[in-house]
Design a protein around this ligand. Structure first.
Ligand SMILES: Cc1cc2nc3c(=O)[nH]c(=O)nc-3n(C[C@H](O)[C@H](O)[C@H](O)COP(=O)(O)O)c2cc1C
Length: 230
């Protein structure tokens, strides 16, 4: 393994907002390959309860961008933003840029969990719930970066989670899929996880382009928590 390259990837992958190239198209094959890589990530209890949706439709991106803008304004009203600017001017400029341009980002990828956490979930259960999808999401961002695609992790639009789900006609996942069965142990060989191969991987198992149970497919009309561009 080329440690210098791996270490560089792991230590220099950052949220890209102002440096996003909003003009260059992103090839679907690259997204598909990155998602295949992402679902190699571990999940709590060896159960995949997530899928990714990919949104490229301009009208849907615009609607999501608008909800993102509204959420940002609620969380950071002007006086709070002004205060934050005093100490974190560069960060604020970067956030605001994304708020203004999210709709123009060519691809939005939304990691979707199967259910909502129940109220009063114990820390252990809650960690498992969100921990199910976060490693795959970070792997996705690393895989994108390795291919010259920038991405930014966003969660603010989740304040409009229900509207976004309706917009994208998100169905509930219909069944659990077992995957990622490999235990962590000292090993001399490492390889792909068989159960996560394309065809059984939880990439957009239902939605705009396919019926339930179809092979993992790239979706043209999904939702997002990661945005990307070159
Ligand atoms: C769980 C999570 C939620 C985040 N939500 C947002 C968000 O809604 N909007 C945004 O611009 N950045 C968001 N970020 C990105 C962080 O602000 C960013 O990663 C952090 O400030 C470190 O900066 P860096 O990525 O440039 O190293 C989120 C990151 C994480 C891990």
């Amino acid at each position: 393994m080329d440690l210098a390259t791996v270490d560089k990837l792991l230590t220099t992958t950052r949220s890209v907002r102002q440096r996003l190239d909003l003009k260059r198209p992103v090839e679907p094959e690259i997204i598909e390959r990155c998602l295949e890589i992402a679902v190699q990530a571990p999940t709590g209890g060896n159960v995949c309860r997530y899928h990714f949706m990919v949104v490229t439709d301009p009208a849907k991106r615009a609607a999501i961008g608008d909800w993102y803008r509204q959420s940002f304004a609620q969380v950071y009203p002007e006086h709070a933003l002004a205060e934050r600017r005093k100490t974190h001017a560069r960060d604020v400029a970067s956030w605001v840029y994304l708020v203004e341009h999210l709709k123009d980002v060519p691809v939005l990828i939304i990691p979707c969990l199967e259910n909502r956490p129940e109220d009063d979930l114990s820390p252990h259960r809650l960690a498992g719930f969100y921990g199910n999808i976060l490693p795959a999401t970070w792997s996705l961002m690393l895989a994108l970066r390795a291919r010259g695609l920038g991405s930014a992790w966003t969660t603010l639009a989740l304040r409009h989670e229900k509207e976004i789900a309706r917009l994208l006609q998100m169905p509930p996942m219909s069944r659990r899929r077992r995957c990622c069965r490999s235990p962590i142990s000292p090993a001399t060989t490492f390889g792909p996880r068989n159960a996560c191969r394309r065809g059984s991987a939880p990439i957009g198992t239902r939605g705009a382009n396919g019926a339930d149970g179809e092979p993992a497919r790239y979706h043209k009309n999904g939702i997002s928590a990661a945005t990307l561009a070159r």
